[in-house]
Each structure stands twice: as structure tokens, then as C-alpha cells.
Design a protein around this ligand. Sequence first.
Ligand SMILES: C[S@@+](CC[C@H](N)C(=O)[O-])C[C@H]1O[C@@H](n2cnc3c(N)ncnc32)[C@H](O)[C@@H]1O
Length: 265
Amino acid sequence: MNSPIRWAGSKRQMLGALLPMGKNLSGRYVEPFAGSASLFFALEPQEAILGDLNGELTGALRQLRDNSAAVLREMAKLGTDSDSYYALRDQDPSQLTGAHAAARFFVLNKLCFNGLYRTNRAGKFNVPYGRHKTITVDTNLLKSAATLLRRAKIVHGDFEETLESTCPGDFVFLDPPYVTRSKPSFSEYLPDSFATKDLDRLEKSLIRLSKRGIGFAITYIDCEESRQLLERWKPKKWTIRRNIAGFSAHRRTCTELLATNLVKA
Ligand SMILES: C[S@@+](CC[C@H](N)C(=O)[O-])C[C@H]1O[C@@H](n2cnc3c(N)ncnc32)[C@H](O)[C@@H]1O
């Protein structure tokens, strides 16, 4: 199935390459930088761990999993025009009930410009209203997503925290935000969520997974840092089309690296 979330950097375009790696899992599917978790929804694994540093995202996924009827009821009350969008965006999710905050998240995600999640320095979501010809909230997709999410433990935290609970037999898919020395911190998701200093931690985590006999696949933009980081796993190159700064008019092809420690990839 498709993810019910729109997310910058979603792995939809690479599913053809990624799906075979996650098939025939004997353990759990683990995604420590989940975002819209497009591979999780496409794979439909029996058991999973999804983690992300973005608490509004993980909170909304938990509410959808545990409280979907209330989330859908709250969503039905919300308008989809630009004035309703900005009024909803102004609400402080920490002051709302869990179901209302999740409804707010899914509706803003549906209506915002290009499915971006961007915040100001204070951590407040600040993406403008998108230009939509039609807006339909796919309640059937949300209900199916809620059912599938019952198979997942959802972690709000740093990727290392999610990786702590992995064990041999699990398959880990890592899709971190792309940072390079010329773009040393990634502000598209949350302020300072991932920076070049975190590449060291990421490399140590990959080595540790391999030593513990845990299979992983990782994608990263093709750059000097990632070639160095992934060298020992002989990454393959994939050409994909990306929106630059979220603008579909500024699409350009870029090359991503896909590395895995699985023997038959
Ligand atoms: C490229 S996106 C993942 C996209 C996902 N594969 C998909 O298909 O939608 C990267 C995600 O990493 C999250 N993130 C950033 N820093 C993180 C960290 N230190 N630990 C865990 N998640 C983090 C962001 O919030 C974002 O959702």
C-alpha cells in the first residue's frame, strides 16, 4: 500500500530497488529515519519498528494506530481552504488532544506546499498553503494505514535509540537527511536534526549492525562524504528526479547511493 503521508525525500522512486531487499524477512523491519515510511507501507511487514526525531510525526502515527476513529472524526471537522489552513497551522499541537493534534498533522500535511515539513527555529511548523486543484482526504487509505501500523512499535527519538532494540534477523533501512560539507546541517525537517557531525555516529552504527549480523540498506545522496562513509559496502548508484527546494518546476536528476551489507542484494 502507499503511505498516507507526503514527505520530502520519500523513497517512493526507489521502491523497485528496495523492495526485494526487505522481502522474505525472518525478523522485524526497522526504519530509524521513518518520515512517511514509504518502504514500510509498500512492504507490509509482519512486525516493525519505526523511529523518527519528529515528535509531531510519530505522535500522529501513534494516534492513527491506536485511536483512528477519533482522528478521522477530528479530521472531518477541519476545513481545507487557505484561511482554515492558516488558522490550523497557528494552533499549538501541545495544547490539543492527541486525536486533534494528529488530525491537524494529517490535514496540514495534505494541504501544505509539496508535502514539506519545515519549522522555524522555535520548532513551529511554517510551510505555506499549497496550490491544489482538488483536495480529497483518503479516509480508506488512513484506515488501512492504521491497521498496518498495529504491527509497528513507534519510537520518538534519535536513530541510535531505535537501533538499540534491533537484533539479528531484523532488516534495517536507513534514509537519513542528506548533509554534506557544503550543506552541513539539514533544516528541511527540524532545526539541527542531522548534521555532518552525525555522519560519524551513523558510520559507527552501520559497522555495529554488521558486526551483530543485522542486515541493513542505506541510501544517501552521492557526494564525497557518502562515498567515504559507504565505501566498504560498495554502493550502487541510482539516478532519480528530485524537486529542488520543494518546487516541482525545478526538478532535476540527481544520483543517490544505495549500499547494503546483505549478501544477495
Ligand atoms: C529523508 S527523510 C526519510 C524519508 C522516508 N524514507 C520516506 O520514505 O518518507 C529523513 C527523516 O529523518 C528524520 N530525522 C532527522 N534527524 C534524525 C535523527 N537524528 N534521528 C532520527 N530521525 C531523524 C527526519 O525527521 C525525516 O523524517
